[in-house]
Design a protein around this ligand. Structure first.
Ligand code: MG
Ligand code: MG
Length: 262
């Protein structure tokens, strides 16, 4: 069932989303070569705790997971697409890091993700670092396109079609069976918001719907993945690098409203 939120509920969700946006901003500011992923997890945990919020990922165990998630953020490095567990790994020059974060505030969820590179990128397009920047930029552009499609009168398929068009244009792969979702009292609610779709198909978008939109792009066009031995981390089958971008967005009569900005 898809919940329709009132204006007051959307205002409350904006505050939950703001906590997530701030946590991701803090992680990005603190991230540096040599830092352990566990230290970045503590940065996010502190922001969430100081806001009086509760981390949404910690101890979360969805149906596909063999164990409860042990951390506050997902930290996915290089060929990890999503769901990376922040362990003792130290960030290296040129790493591509995707950070996903969720939180509950006053009973409402927010969910967002960013990707960025560590240290000096390759500099120009064509060098490895430059390719990473292009990959990240494409994922962000796909997110923006998906958000722009999240308007009343459109359908869920319009969002996926907008995202997939950016992937196809750039030659990027996407894991078929992973995508966005509704957000509300729970982090993961109906409807499913796939990263592919046909324009004009799927559930109609109505004011008050809140959706997490989250393209995951894999360099080289092959979106197939394998799950690592930790039972969580999704790595590209090809070994190519991946980028993830996500916002929680409200569908409103005034247009899409991004709820997870800082
Ligand atoms: Mg997320
Ligand atoms: Mg999500």
């Amino acid at each position: 069932m898809v919940e329709i939120k009132t204006d007051n509920e959307l205002a409350a969700m904006r505050e939950a989303g703001r906590v997530v946006g701030r946590a991701l901003q803090a992680v990005r500011e603190h991230a540096a070569v040599g830092m352990r992923l566990t230290e970045l997890d503590e940065v996010a945990a502190t922001v969430i705790a100081e806001a009086g919020a509760r981390p949404a990922f910690l101890h979360y165990q969805p149906h596909f997971a063999p164990t409860p998630f042990p951390a506050v953020i997902c930290a996915s490095v290089n060929d990890a697409i999503v769901h990376g567990i922040p362990g003792r790994y130290r960030l290296r020059e040129g790493d591509l890091l995707s950070v996903d974060c969720g939180a509950y505030l006053d009973g409402w969820a927010g969910d967002a993700a960013v990707s960025f590179t560590l240290g000096l990128p390759g500099g120009t397009l064509g060098l490895p670092g430059g390719r990473d920047l292009a990959l990240i930029e494409a994922a962000e552009r796909a997110l923006a396109a998906g958000i722009a499609a999240a308007v009343p009168g459109n359908r869920v398929g319009d969002i996926g079609a907008a995202i997939a068009a950016v992937a196809t244009e750039g030659g990027y792969g996407m894991p078929d069976d992973w995508g966005g979702h509704g957000v509300g009292r729970q982090m993961h609610e109906d409807p499913s918001v796939p990263n592919h779709g046909r324009p004009g198909r799927g559930m109609p978008l109505r004011p008050g719907m809140v959706l997490a939109i989250e393209p995951m792009f894999v360099e080289g066009g092959d979106g197939r993945y394998r799950v690592a031995s930790d039972g969580w981390t999704m790595r590209s089958r090809s070994g190519a690098r991946a980028a993830h971008a996500e916002h929680t967005v409200a569908v409103t009569d005034a247009g899409p409203r991004v709820l997870t900005l800082p």
